[in-house]
Structures are given as structure tokens and as C-alpha cells.
Design a protein around this ligand. Structure first.
Ligand code: BTN
Length: 272
């Protein structure tokens, strides 16, 4: 297949700083052709004093990682791998909703790009492809604390933009925007649009709390389904009814008991 120029959209600071529409997010910006993990680069830059809103983007990652020790497939020239550094002046216990708020901004961005995204608690974004919903993006949020206070938060996002082939273990579960839309997408535009979507959601979170952002997350979420949660060797089965104001999942089991799940992995049950 001939290379599509949009897949090569320019992610360098020279171009990106002109295209940005944000006041803070991405105003400090770095692009690397390759790195191990953008989350690791962001953490190192944070330790060296990088400011809130710093964004690092890599064209490829050799050790991109996801939640629960998984790796993130990160070939060059196709997708978006980015990490955003935040320094919210909040107690550490209040930052959990940030993953969901970033998901809401990503869903807003992809809706504008022409797909119908579905958010899957806590950090997955799925899009319709091959007659079902498949994962096109994941969010990995990592935090450094000092006592009760946050030193920094790194929100890492992997978005499969123009990739069309996946390793065998992902082939039945992963997809990309290109496969969903039937056309290549401009990675730089998606990045600029995501930062423009996230900035007001994050600003509102800092001033008023997470309610509005979580409401936007709910509008795109696959709640109301039968699910199974595995956490710390224990299993909860039931209906994923809602999230609470900290972003924890609320699951009602067959006996009508409610379970609050702050972290874990949600799988859909057959027939759910
Ligand atoms: C997941 O689905 O489990 C989260 C995947 C997050 C992947 C992104 S790619 C950019 C950033 N750097 C990483 O090493 N991981 C995140």
C-alpha cells in the first residue's frame, strides 16, 4: 500500500506549536522519533522541573506500556504515543478521576473526527470496526506523591491512528481510526484537538471538581452491561451501573448488593 501523507503528519515542535489552540497544555512540547516509553520521559522531565502542561510525543516506543504490566504496541509512522504532565495542587486521593476525564476528552476528539467511540472503564476507548467495538486507545495515568500531596501526574495516551496490522495477540481485539473510518487521519490534528478538548475539562476539574467531566465520560460509556471484575484475586459479577464522583465503578450483583470498584479490570460477560 502506498504511504499516505497524512500518516506522516508533522509532529515536530516547529509545526505543533503553530497548530496548538491551547493556553497551557502542550505549550512546552517535545517530540522524539523513538524512546522506550513517553511516560518515562515525562517522569524524567518532571523530575527536572518541567511545567504543568508539558507534552512529550514519540513516533515509536520500544517499551510502551499499558495497565496491569501489559505492553503497548508502538510501531513508528502510524499512531500517537503521548504523555501529558500535570501538577494539580490537590491531595493525591482526589486525582483518580483524571483517567476518566482524559477519556472523555479523547471521546470528544474522536466524535469530531467522525467515529462513535465507546469508553470502557477505566481506561479503554473502543471504536466500531469489523462489526464490533474494538480497542483503539488506552490511557495509563501514573502519579508521584509527596506524603498526601501530588508532585506530578503523567497521563499517557496511546491512540491507534493509522495502523492496519497488529500482532497476533491483538489482532482480534485492537483496531485503529483508519480501519474504523476507512481513511487515514492526521495525527497532528488529533493531538491538537485532544489537547484543546482536555484543557477546559481539566480546568473545570481543578476549580469545580470532576462532576461535569465524569458526566461527559458517562455519555460515551458502555455502562448497564453484565460484567465481571477481577481484583486482587477476588471476582465480582453483576451489572456495571454507574461510576461515583471519584471515578470508581459501581457494580450491582445478582443479590442486589452494590460493589464499589476503585481499580481492576472489567470484562464483559457473554450475553452481557
Ligand atoms: C492501556 O490500555 O493499558 C494503557 C495504554 C497506554 C499507552 C500509552 S502510549 C504513550 C504512553 N507511554 C506508555 O508507555 N504508555 C502510554
Amino acid at each position: 500500500m502506498s504511504p499516505n501523507p497524512l500518516a506522516e503528519s508533522d509532529l515536530t515542535p516547529r509545526v505543533m506549536l503553530r497548530r496548538l489552540r491551547t493556553r497551557c497544555l502542550g505549550r512546552a512540547y517535545e517530540f522524539l522519533p523513538a524512546c522506550a516509553s513517553t511516560n518515562d520521559v515525562a517522569r524524567a522531565r518532571a523530575a527536572a522541573g518541567a511545567a504543568e502542561g508539558f507534552v512529550i510525543v514519540a513516533d515509536s516506543q520500544s517499551a510502551g506500556r499499558g495497565r496491569l504490566g501489559r505492553s503497548w504496541h508502538s510501531p513508528p509512522g502510524q499512531n500517537l504515543y503521548l504523555s501529558l504532565l500535570l501538577r494539580p495542587a490537590l491531595p493525591a486521593r482526589q486525582v483518580a478521576p483524571l483517567t476518566l476525564l482524559a477519556g472523555a476528552a479523547l471521546a470528544r476528539t474522536l466524535t469530531a473526527a467522525g467515529v462513535t467511540p465507546r469508553l470502557h472503564w477505566p481506561n479503554d476507548l473502543l471504536v466500531p470496526a469489523a462489526g464490533e467495538f474494538r480497542k483503539a486507545a488506552g490511557i495509563l495515568t501514573e502519579m508521584a506523591t509527596s506524603g498526601e500531596e501530588v508532585r506530578h501526574v503523567v497521563v499517557g495516551i496511546g491512540l491507534n491512528v493509522n495502523g492496519q496490522e497488529f500482532p497476533p495477540d491483538l489482532a482480534q481485539r485492537a483496531t485503529s481510526l483508519r480501519l474504523a473510518l476507512g481513511r487515514a487521519c492526521d495525527r497532528a490534528k488529533l493531538l491538537v484537538d485532544f489537547l484543546a478538548a482536555f484543557e477546559p475539562i481539566y480546568g473545570d476539574f481543578l476549580v469545580r471538581g470532576p462532576a461535569a467531566g465524569l458526566q461527559e465520560w458517562r455519555r460515551h460509556a458502555d455502562l448497564g452491561r453484565v460484567c465481571r471484575i477481577d481484583r486482587d484475586g477476588a471476582r465480582v459479577e453483576g451489572i456495571a451501573t454507574d461510576i461515583d464522583d471519584s471515578g470508581a465503578l459501581l457494580v450491582r450483583d445478582d443479590a442486589g448488593r452494590m460493589h464499589r470498584i476503585a481499580s481492576g479490570e472489567m470484562s464483559e460477560q457473554a450475553g452481557g
